[in-house]
Design a protein around this ligand. Structure first.
Ligand code: AMP
Ligand code: GLY
Length: 424
């Protein structure tokens, strides 16, 4: 292949998900140059970081044009909500991700529920409220615990599980009267509390067609034994324990196909990766939420299993027909352990020197999240700092590899869960 057939790629984001995407894109024979805005110390090892704000779609477009970018890939949800895909498409540039309208599947929980109901997707029972008094009046119809969700994006903090009427009223007051979530809390969903194993399921979607799905399991709580506050995710593994052909077919037929068909019929076809957060209840699978992007830290355990060229998959998803490519996944399991800054998900210090990254086994990947380059060294710059990831012939071996290697890493205040992928 000559250089002229290769593609320059601009990747948006700076988390562990983006380091994993950058790492996989960098393996592509079809890649020319890879730029990451703004990136982290890990992405700087596989491409060029560029300091452009993700909140400025016009600047990103200008940069993409100036570097002859053939494909832009959107990592996180915030630029999708701002319409970066609309801006690029309007200018005739290929971009991987849904439009602002299709991204409402993530940016409005009330909209996601409307789509689920209209397309017959199984989900928890719910009611939507726009003021405190009406919500208060409806509480007697509900059993506890119940789940309160603010409609808009709330950085993972907009879901509150309430055990009693008192707790529910305090939460509703905080949202409607104190406006704790600002505009994101103008609408609120009250939802039935579901019990079961959660799984994160992903498919590449080209507007009409879906790729075969792939699953991962995420550990959301901060401490061992699923104790402590909710986080962005403290570890993950793939495939999920509950994964088999039956569940895969059920999810395709009852979730992905109807939603994608419905979105297309409304004139807002979905393109990019669709992430369904599901719970496997005694009454079958139910959708908890949709996200319009890859999961973090799920991506760090999914992409090491991807055997097909990610750049080709993303190009076909964004510009053409996903049925034109066979997407192959390694059957071997992959496990990822998040190493976090002391205090996370609450307040924590940054700027700590990270030691030992040069002592990691070659068979183990360390994906960076909150890191930055400083001279010859690497510093912490966020709550979730690294994901130590290994693929092996069994979960037990992969687990042993990550826990052996994490011992090599050191920074002041670091912590990680000791129970990721136990009992599999
Ligand atoms: P979401 O952002 O909707 O995925 O919610 C965040 C987390 O809250 C989920 O990963 C679940 O652990 C929990 N959650 C959300 N909705 C429910 C529900 N209806 N029943 C039980 N847990 C839930
Ligand atoms: N790991 C959960 C998420 O990416 O939303």
């Amino acid at each position: 292949m000559t250089n002229s057939e290769k593609t320059n790629v601009l990747l948006l984001g700076n988390g562990g998900r983006e380091h994993a995407i950058a790492w996989k894109l960098a393996q592509s024979q079809n890649l020319d140059k890879l730029f990451i805005a703004p990136g982290n110390a890990g992405t700087a090892e596989v491409g060029t970081n560029v300091q452009i704000s993700l909140e400025d779609p016009a600047k990103l477009l200008e940069y993409a044009k100036s570097q002859s970018i053939g494909l832009t890939v959107v990592g996180p949800e915030a630029p999708l909500a701002l319409g970066v895909v609309n801006v690029f498409r309007h200018a005739g540039l290929a971009i991987f991700g849904p439009t602002k309208e299709a991204a409402m599947l993530e940016t409005s929980k009330a909209y996601a529920k409307e789509v689920m109901v209209a397309s017959g997707v199984p989900t928890a029972n719910y009611q939507v409220f726009t003021d405190y008094e009406t919500a208060e009046g409806a509480i007697s119809d509900w059993e506890f615990p119940l789940v309160i969700k603010v409609d808009g994006l709330a950085a993972g903090k907009g879901v509150i599980i309430c055990e009693s009427k008192e707790e529910t009223l305090v939460t509703l007051k905080e949202i409607f009267i104190d406006q704790k979530f600002g505009g994101a809390g103008q609408k609120v969903l009250i939802e039935e509390f579901l019990i079961g194993q959660e799984i994160s399921v992903f498919s590449f979607v080209d507007g009409e067609n879906i790729s075969p799905i792939i699953g991962a399991t995420d550990y959301k709580r901060a401490y061992d034994g699923d104790a402590g506050p909710n986080t962005g995710g403290m570890g993950s593994y793939s495939p999920p324990k509950v994964w088999n052909k039956d569940i895969e077919n059920t999810i395709i037929e009852n979730v992905f196909e109807p939603v994608i068909g419905y979105m297309s019929s409304t004139g807002n076809p979905y393109t990019g990766v669709l992430y369904a957060g599901l719970i496997v209840t005694s009454d079958g699978i139910k959708v908890l939420e949709f996200n319009c992007r890859f999961g973090d830290p799920e991506t760090q355990v999914l992409l090491p299993r991807l055997e097909t060229d990610l750049l080709s998959v993303m190009q076909l998803t964004a510009t053409s027909d996903i049925t034109g490519i066979d997407i192959e996944w390694d059957s071997r399991p992959c496990v990822g352990l998040v190493v976090a800054s002391g205090g996370y998900p609450g307040s924590y210090n940054v700027g700590k020197d990270i030691y030992g990254l040069d002592r990691i086994d070659a068979s183990v990947n360390v994906f960076h999240a909150g890191t930055s380059v400083s001279g010859d060294g690497i510093l912490t710059s966020g709550g979730r700092v690294l994901a130590v990831t290994a693929k092996s012939d069994s979960f037990a071996n992969a687990r042993e590899l990550i826990y052996k290697n994490v011992e090599q890493i050191e920074f002041e205040g670091m912590f990680f869960r000791k129970d990721i992928a136990t009992g599999l």
